[in-house]
Design a protein around this ligand. Structure first.
Ligand SMILES: *Cc1c(COP(=O)(O)O)cnc(C)c1O
Length: 373
């Protein structure tokens, strides 16, 4: 952390120590120079859009734009409680799950405390922690998978939060329920275990657990979810969390009162009820995820087995067929994927799994890229 200069004597406002050491989050690209309608496969968005019922609810909210939203998101709270069989009072809503990570950091981290995460963890956790002048300890992820024993090695008496995205982003891998429960049992009771389930709906392995049972029966587990991925409502910024009443009560004290909007709340209720749209999204992945992995492997690339709506692909670490060159080549063909050098993965690209035509276009372009020269 950078030294605190005499901030009062400075000739202009000086951010508190550590702020300028934070690398601002870099979103997936959305544009390519010179290409009018590129295909954006860089942000794990739902390639089918969103539920038509959610769209209708959003539209119907047009006459309420001047109204402050229900601070407690009551209808959405009831819908989620019923759907997942959760106690409504133990839910909290956020401007995306991102805001909930920030609230967790603000509530639990003092300067000098730390969070523990995997080395390829989602960037939002570290930003939230550093904003609270806390340290970020990152454990190795052998085979691109969070490893419970590696996480535990880093936990010390300044650890307040352990963050796991399950499945992970950008890796797409997941940790089974038994391992998560083993981690929880080994953690000090004072440490919060955050299970970020942004992609939980995409996992079809019965050994996977979404963590809500663990959250119900413990004092230190919180599960976060979002409407941004499966439900395709990323722009509406609706996330939620479920956890012990004490924790939710603490978070609620610092929550911005109107952090989810009326259109967001109403669209989310409809999205949750639209099983047809959810099934179509999952069916598409069931069909194309294995195909894409097989094709990419056939090109000599190394797709990491994915349980999500995206795939992380490894490129040669030496020579001209680098991930960076591939990203540029794909962009020249109007295909935007995500470079993940910022996640410590300079030899990988992450791409959303698309519609059939999209997936075929990506594989064709990568085949040309690998054969060229
Ligand atoms: C996309 C994503 C989220 C969701 O963020 P929102 O703020 O809810 O849109 C959370 N965690 C991970 C790992 C993600 O990839």
């Amino acid at each position: 952390m950078s030294q605190s200069p005499d901030r009062a004597a400075a000739d202009r406002p000086v951010p508190k120590p550590g702020i300028l050491d934070i690398s601002a989050y870099v979103p997936g690209k959305a544009k390519v120079d010179g290409i009018e309608h590129p295909l954006k496969l860089s942000a794990n968005e739902n390639i089918l859009g969103c539920s038509p019922r959610a769209k209708a609810a959003y539209g119907a909210a047009i006459d309420q734009l001047h109204i402050y939203p229900d601070s407690r998101a009551t209808p959405l709270r009831q819908a989620i409680a019923a759907e997942f069989r959760l106690e409504p009072e133990q839910l909290i809503f956020g401007c995306g799950s991102d805001e909930i990570f920030h609230m967790l950091c603000q509530v639990y981290l003092e300067p000098g405390d730390n969070i523990v995460q995997g080395e390829f963890a989602f960037g939002a956790y570290a930003i939230g922690a550093r904003a609270c002048q806390a340290e970020v300890l990152s454990a190795p992820e052998p085979d691109y998978r969070v490893d419970v024993d590696e996480l535990l090695k880093l936990v010390n008496d300044r650890t307040r939060l352990v963050f796991i995205a399950n499945p992970g982003n950008p890796t797409g891998t997941y940790v089974g329920g038994e391992e998560i429960r083993r981690l929880h049992a080994a953690l000090p009771k004072s440490v919060v275990l955050v299970l970020d389930g942004a992609y939980a709906e995409f996992v079809d392995d019965p050994a996977f657990e979404d963590g809500t049972d663990l959250a119900r029966t413990s004092d230190n587990v919180i599960v976060t979810r979002t409407f941004s991925k499966l439900h395709g409502l990323a722009t509406l910024r609706v996330g939620w969390a479920y956890g012990p009443a004490d924790m939710i009560g603490a978070l609620d004290r610092i929550r911005q009162p109107f952090n989810t909007s009326i259109p967001g709340q109403l669209a989310a209720v409809e999205a949750l009820a639209d099983k047809d749209f959810q099934k179509a999204s999952l069916d598409l992945l069931a069909q194309w995820r294995p195909w894409l992995a097989q094709q990419l492997g056939g090109l000599g690339l190394s797709p990491v087995p994915s349980a999500t709506n995206f795939v992380l692909v490894g490129f040669p670490t030496t020579g001209p067929k680098s991930a960076q060159a591939a990203e540029a080549y794909l962009a020249s063909r109007g295909l935007i994927v995500r470079g993940v050098g910022g996640y410590g993965l300079p030899h990988h690209l992450r791409m959303t799994i698309g519609l059939e035509a999209h997936n075929r276009a990506v594989v064709e372009a990568l085949a040309d890229f690998m054969q060229a020269g």
